[in-house]
Design a protein around this ligand. Structure first.
Ligand SMILES: [Zn+2]
Length: 174
């Protein structure tokens, strides 16, 4: 059963969409919400602020304001370091429209130390074929005068040179 659109006054003079041409372009405004806004303002100060669930103790980065497991507000703010571990990754070898990085390059999930949710990022300053699960990395930030309220302030992650993390430290985060 569909919705009878003729009953919605605001749509009375709107022509229904019957087909689309690709590629599509969609402009939209994003309202971050309280938890994400705090996170993004901190990122502009080169700080990684997560939130801890008071019930299960998990630290969410970026925080969403509530623990999806326990359904309670995550009110404890936790500042996290700029280091982490690659949990999973993908070597991008195929060129595509709008591409900004030179191929091959690596997209990865990085589990920041102390967080229980990995962040998505790029791995640079090492050969793509040397990236591996457990690789220890650190954030490389944009210059201070380029910082915005965006996670793109982290240009990429680069290897720290430490020994690889033990799989038991990130096996639940993939
Ligand atoms: Zn929880």
């Amino acid at each position: 059963m569909g919705i009878d659109l003729t009953t919605i006054p605001a749509l009375a003079d709107v022509e229904p969409v019957r087909s689309t041409k690709t590629p599509l372009h969609l402009d939209y405004e994003y309202t971050a919400g309280a938890a994400s806004s705090r996170f993004l303002r901190a990122v502009k100060e080169k700080k990684l602020m997560g939130q801890r669930c008071p019930k299960c103790g998990k630290v969410y980065l970026p925080p969403r304001g509530a623990c999806p497991t326990d359904g309670v507000p995550t009110t404890d703010e936790v500042e996290l370091p700029h280091t982490g571990t690659v949990t999973t990754f993908c070597v991008v070898n195929v060129p595509f429209h709008g591409q900004q990085m030179e191929i091959p390059y690596v997209s990865a999930n990085v589990l920041v130390d102390g967080a229980d949710l990995p962040l998505f990022g790029l791995i640079q300053e090492m050969p793509a074929h040397d990236v591996r699960m457990g690789l220890r990395v650190e954030a490389v930030w944009k210059d201070d005068d380029e910082l915005e309220t965006s996670l793109e302030n982290i240009k990429w992650w680069r290897p720290t040179g430490e020994p690889d993390a033990d799989p038991s430290t990130y096996e639940g985060q993939m």
